[in-house]
Design a protein around this ligand. Structure first.
Ligand SMILES: *Cc1c(COP(=O)(O)O)cnc(C)c1O
Length: 383
């Protein structure tokens, strides 16, 4: 059976063959533990990890020693949020007030819920019709004990970009620690942690053509307010912040993925934007029942999200066979309810349920998008 065309690159991406090439030796002959200081197996692994750390740091404008390895963006988010909040709770007399947005990934929202149980004062901010948390709104939400804000750089369902730079700078001026979940954004928008006032940034290998099960957390150790409690204890790796033997092949893969993302940045995003805009234009001009969710221009180069009015769900599923797309976020597409992200931007239930996320990627061809367009148009021929 022919496999459907993969257009779900906001859920995960294919490992780039160039990344795999770089990883391979670290499964085979170069299997040393970077913590082994007494022989060349260890030294070689340590060198490879060092190179990868530099590659990831370069992608986000960070100092090399501020990049810490994790198992992915979920862990990075947990380490960033819980790490900061536990420290604030343990070390301060004031209850810390912490803010995030209603459209965040569950790997942020559920950590905030837990922080509330720990005693933090939590605000889940509403977003505008495009899914952005506006700085003006944030200013209204700020209290005298606001200590930490977590806001995603780009949304995984609707692709909306937040104005991270303005918010980061404002946080810095107000001595608020600022974390951004950049799992979707790394490699797609310019990220410069220093210029943007970012204290903590989460990223993930498998969203950027690297392997699954590896990610990184940037930690601004130059900011004396940024003090993280570790979530685990053990062998003291990563400065004790994230102990455990390093996943060397994964780290090498993430490093190479970061290197490729930076190298091909302009060209790849231009190509993706063209295809994205072609798809949006085709669907919106031919299908009056279609609505584009998210921001018309402030969106990821690889994300399209439509809702279709009056489209029965069974037709929807049938008509799109041959396309691997998502009707909701990958993590929640199993649950029957409609997307909380689409609800947060004001979509009524029926529209939210007839929504479609199309995630373009490095390996997407024009023909794939043309087929996608004709399949979507085909949905409405039967009505
Ligand atoms: C995919 C994703 C995550 C989770 O990343 P993992 O590396 O799979 O743990 C978190 N946040 C956003 C915005 C994502 O898109």
């Amino acid at each position: 059976m022919k496999k459907p065309i993969y257009l779900d690159n906001n859920a995960t991406t294919r490992l780039d063959p160039l990344v795999f090439e770089k990883m391979k030796p670290f499964f085979e002959e170069e299997y040393g533990n970077p913590a082994s200081q007494s022989h060349c197996y260890g030294w070689e692994a340590e060198m490879a990890v060092k190179t990868a750390r530099k590659q990831v740091a370069e992608l986000i404008g960070a100092d090399t020693q501020h990049v810490f390895w994790t198992s992915g963006a979920t862990e990075s988010n947990n380490l960033a949020i819980l790490g900061i909040v536990k420290n604030l709770i343990y070390s301060r007399k004031k209850t810390p007030h912490i803010i995030t947005a209603a459209t965040e990934h569950k790997a942020v929202l559920d950590v905030f819920k837990f922080c509330e149980q720990l005693g933090a004062e939590v605000t889940i901010a509403t977003v505008n019709e495009f899914g952005q948390l506006e700085l003006s709104h944030l200013k209204q939400l700020k209290k005298e004990n606001t200590a930490f804000i977590s806001l995603m750089a780009a949304n995984n369902e609707i692709g909306t970009l937040n104005d991270i730079e303005s918010i980061g700078k404002w946080c810095r001026e107000n001595k608020i620690i600022f974390h951004t979940d950049a799992a979707q954004a790394t490699g797609k928008i310019n990220l410069d942690v220093k210029k943007m006032g970012i204290d903590l940034l989460s990223l993930s290998g498998h969203k950027m053509y690297g392997p699954k099960g590896i990610g990184a957390l940037y930690v601004n150790l130059d900011n004396p307010d940024v003090k993280l409690s570790p979530l685990m204890f053990g062998g003291g790796q990563e400065g004790g912040l994230r102990p455990g033997t390093l996943n060397v092949p994964g780290i090498v893969g993430l490093g190479e993925a970061a290197h490729l993302a930076l190298k091909n940045f302009e060209q790849e995003n231009e190509k993706s934007k063209k295809l994205r805009d072609f798809l949006i234009h085709e669907v919106l001009t031919h299908i009056p029942q279609a609505k584009l969710n998210g921001h018309p221009s402030e969106r990821l180069s690889n994300n399209v999200n439509f809702s279709f009015k009056d489209l029965p769900a069974d037709l929807f599923a049938l008509g799109l066979s041959g396309l691997a797309v998502s009707s909701g976020s990958a993590c929640s597409s199993k649950s029957a309810g409609s997307s909380y992200v689409l609800k947060a931007i004001g979509l009524e239930d029926s529209l939210a349920k007839s929504s479609l996320r199309i995630g373009l990627g490095r390996f997407t061809q024009k023909e794939d998008i043309e087929l996608c367009c004709s399949k979507i148009k085909g949905l409405f021929n039967h009505i």
